[in-house]
Design a protein around this ligand. Structure first.
Ligand code: ATP
Ligand code: IP8
Length: 256
């Protein structure tokens, strides 16, 4: 099985609150279906999560009761986004159901505790693909916290031991600096823990889960539980399909 995360930067416009990129999501779902591979899909929150989460400092946990309506709003918004993704998957013949981490699991000090994974396993066994996503989740020590789609990927990799893990984003891979801002940024084809020491990764849009740096950390955490861990550009038509078919494509491979 191949575990895929559709990043918030490909399924939404992260600079605009609640802006769903239906066309791109639809194309990526078609590429996944056309590959004929057994997959499991997670998605990011993009502008359905990060904008309000940043505004109300939801990453820091409960500090002020004015945050509470924002928790409910983000949970509503990311569930809404998830239903939009599920619709695109159903259209290409992939039976899927949105499984909100905040309704199934708890966190402790910012880490997801997925000890009760029976529903997810049984759904997958039935052939109904459970779709996890970035969400606000009740936290034993902080009141609530942010679970990124990247963290949900780590949990699913532990449960399902995928042969390949693919993060789909809007850049060709991990670069020495943000390629959208630095024309001299170089693609790093093979990344490991040392890559983080030399990385320039300033955030240009609201992102409460650490942007590309947080993503590399999660990818490094996952390398032990799965085979290859890859970051690929989903804005280039056909690239995800080629990768899923096992062809050589422009990307970054992360290894421990
Ligand atoms: P989300 O976390 O919302 O699901 P995502 O998974 O698509 O989103 P981001 O966290 O937005 O991914 O990370 C990708 C973004 O990181 C790119 O759009 C890019 O502009 C930015 N970035 C910053 N520094 C770098 C870097 N050194 N290499 C690659 N991308 C970088
Ligand atoms: O988009 C973030 O998840 P991500 C979740 O995968 C929220 O980083 C609610 C901001």
């Amino acid at each position: 099985m191949i575990l895929i995360k559709l990043g918030g930067s490909v399924i939404t416009d992260k600079s605009q609150y609640r802006s769903f990129n239906q066309e791109q999501t639809s194309r990526l779902c078609k590429e996944i279906a056309a590959s004929g591979k057994g997959v499991m899909i997670v998605h990011g929150a993009g502008s359905f999560g990060h904008v309000i989460a940043k505004q109300y400092s939801l990453k820091d946990g409960l500090q002020d009761f004015r945050q509470v309506p924002a928790v409910a709003q983000v949970q509503y918004d990311v569930r809404d986004l998830s239903q939009k993704v599920v619709v695109e998957l159903m259209k290409v013949g992939i039976p899927a159901v949105s499984v909100p981490p905040g309704s199934c699991f708890v966190m402790d000090n910012g880490r997801l505790i997925a000890d009760n994974d029976e529903a997810v396993k049984r759904l997958a066994h039935l052939g109904v693909m459970p779709i996890l996503f970035g969400d606000v989740v009740a936290d034993r020590s902080k009141g609530f916290g942010i679970c990124s789609g990247d963290q949900a990927m780590e949990v699913l990799a532990k449960i399902f031991k995928p042969e390949k893990v693919v993060f789909v984003s809007d850049v060709d891979g991990i670069f020495t600096a943000d390629p959208k801002k630095d024309p001299d940024a170089k693609l790093i084809e093979k990344a490991d823990r040392r890559t983080l020491d030399h990385l320039d990764s300033e955030l240009s849009v609201a992102d409460v889960t650490g942007g590309i740096r947080g993503k590399i950390e999660e990818m490094l955490n996952m390398c032990g539980d799965s085979g290859e861990c890859i970051l690929v550009n989903g804005t280039v038509p056909g690239r995800l399909l080629s990768l899923l078919k096992g062809e050589d494509v422009v990307c970054t491979k992360v290894r421990p």
